[in-house]
Write a protein that binds this ligand. Structure first.
Ligand SMILES: Cc1cc2nc3c(=O)[nH]c(=O)nc-3n(C[C@H](O)[C@H](O)[C@H](O)COP(=O)(O)O)c2cc1C
Length: 216
C-alpha cells in the first residue's frame, strides 16, 4: 500500500472482528515496526504479544482492576492543560458520542471498559521500557508505536494505542510476569477492523496546521 495513503487512512479502531490473527502476520508487522529510528540505535522497546486465552485473562484482569480503581482515560498531564489543547480532547469525545449512542453505550464506559478489553481485538501488544532509561527513550517507543500502527494499516489490520492500561501496570506485570525494572509504556490493540460496527465510521478531526506550526 502507498505510504501516503496508509498515513491518511489510518485511524484508531474501536471495533474489531473476533477473528484470530496468524502469528506470522503479527511477526511481519513487528518486523516492520522495528525499522523505527531510535536514539543511538538502542532499540530500547520490548514487545509482549498477548493472544488467545492469555488475552482473555488480560482483559478480565484489566476490567476487574478498572472496576476496583475506577481510573479513567486521561491526558496524564501533570499540570492543567492549556485551554486550546483541552478543547481538542473535549471535542473528540463529543464528536464520538453519536457513534457510541448507536451502539447503546455511554462514551465514558465505552472508552474505559473498551480500552481495558482492547476493544475486543484478538491481539494486545504491550510495549515496555527498561527503567534505566530517561524520558528521552519514551520518544523511541512513541516512534515505534507510530510505525506499528502504520505497518498494521498497510497490512489490512487496524490498531488502537491504549494508554489507559499504564494505570493498571501492576496487574499487567503480575499477570504477564514482567520484571519489576520494566515500565509498561503503552499497549496497542491489533486486529481486523469490524467495518459493520458504527464505531468504525468515526474519524477524529485535526486542528488546523496554522494552530500547530510557527514558521520562522
Ligand atoms: C499515547 C496514546 C494513548 C492512547 N490511549 C488510548 C486509550 O487508552 N483508549 C483509547 O480508546 N484510545 C487511546 N488512544 C487513541 C487516541 O484517542 C487517538 O489516537 C486520537 O483520538 C486520534 O484519533 P486517531 O488515532 O483515530 O487518528 C491513544 C493514543 C495515543 C497516541
Amino acid at each position: 500500500m502507498d505510504a501516503l495513503k496508509t498515513i491518511k487512512e489510518r485511524r484508531s479502531a474501536r471495533a474489531f472482528q473476533p477473528v484470530p490473527i496468524p502469528k506470522e502476520t503479527v511477526k511481519e508487522i513487528l518486523e516492520l515496526t522495528i525499522n523505527a529510528p531510535s536514539g543511538n540505535n538502542l532499540q530500547p522497546w520490548e514487545f509482549i504479544v498477548v493472544m488467545d486465552e492469555e488475552k482473555d485473562s488480560l482483559n478480565r484482569r484489566l476490567l476487574k482492576a478498572y472496576k476496583e480503581k475506577q481510573i479513567s482515560c486521561s491526558s496524564g498531564a501533570v499540570k492543567p492543560l492549556p485551554k486550546a489543547i483541552k478543547k481538542r480532547g473535549v471535542q473528540t469525545l463529543e464528536s464520538m458520542k453519536p457513534y457510541v449512542d448507536r451502539i447503546g453505550s455511554s462514551v465514558d464506559s465505552f472508552i474505559n471498559e473498551g480500552s481495558c478489553n482492547f476493544y475486543g481485538a484478538p491481539v494486545a501488544v504491550i510495549i515496555c521500557l527498561d527503567d534505566c532509561f530517561s524520558a528521552r527513550q519514551m520518544v523511541d517507543v512513541g516512534t515505534a508505536v507510530g510505525y506499528l500502527v502504520l505497518a498494521a494499516q498497510a497490512s489490512g489490520l487496524a490498531t488502537c494505542p491504549i494508554g489507559l492500561i499504564t494505570e493498571y501496570a501492576d496487574e499487567i506485570k503480575d499477570l504477564l510476569n514482567i520484571p519489576e525494572n520494566k515500565k509498561v509504556v503503552i499497549g496497542v490493540a491489533l486486529g481486523y477492523p469490524d467495518r459493520e460496527n458504527p464505531m468504525s465510521q468515526f474519524k477524529s478531526s485535526r486542528a488546523d496546521l496554522s494552530e500547530l506550526v510557527r514558521w520562522i
